[in-house]
Design a protein around this ligand. Structure first.
Ligand code: FES
Length: 163
């Protein structure tokens, strides 16, 4: 179900913890699996749990708790808007509304072209620069309608390297 490279990476993560603490490697193992497959199907979660010698329910619990895991296919760019206190007080609702209107999708939805998924997430630890969102491995802070439009234009242009 996973490539040799991913299996080796999961094995490496497993070796970081004592034998009786396989569960500690679960977050990393699920991340590795998601990176390869795009999202975590029930079968994939069960497979990863089995690799670590854990009941499948342990993988389901983790994958359904953290928003970084996707339980169904998502767009190429997942726009994760923080909706926690600092961001909420600084306009995260307006950010979500703006993105929703521009993209024609609601929270949890993906554009028809498969390019964008819009998601609201909990605090990402960049509270002083609220409102903010994460796209891939990058944070975008002090968001404004103008900066959002500029970012969408660059992402539509195929750039994953947007500042
Ligand atoms: S409240 Fe948004 S990053 Fe912390």
């Amino acid at each position: 179900m996973l490539s040799e490279k991913s299996l080796a990476a999961i094995t490496h993560e497993r070796t970081k913890y004592p034998a009786e603490q396989a569960r500690s490697a679960l977050l990393a193992a699920l991340r590795i699996a998601q990176e390869e497959q795009g999202y975590l199907s029930e079968a994939l979660m069960a497979y990863v749990a089995d690799l670590l010698g854990l009941p499948a329910i342990h993988a389901y619990e983790v994958a359904t708790f953290y928003t970084m895991y996707d339980l169904r296919p998502v767009g190429r760019h997942k726009l994760c808007v923080c909706g926690s206190v600092s961001c909420f007080l600084n306009g995260s609702d307006a950010v979500i509304k703006h993105l929703s209107e521009r993209l024609g999708i609601g929270l949890g939805e993906t554009t028809a072209d498969g390019l964008f998924t819009l998601q609201e997430v909990e605090c990402l630890g960049a509270c002083k620069d609220a409102p903010m969102m994460q796209v891939g491995d990058r944070y975008y802070e002090n968001l404004t309608p103008e900066s959002l439009d500029a970012l969408l234009a660059k992402l539509r242009g195929g750039s994953d390297d947007v500042c």
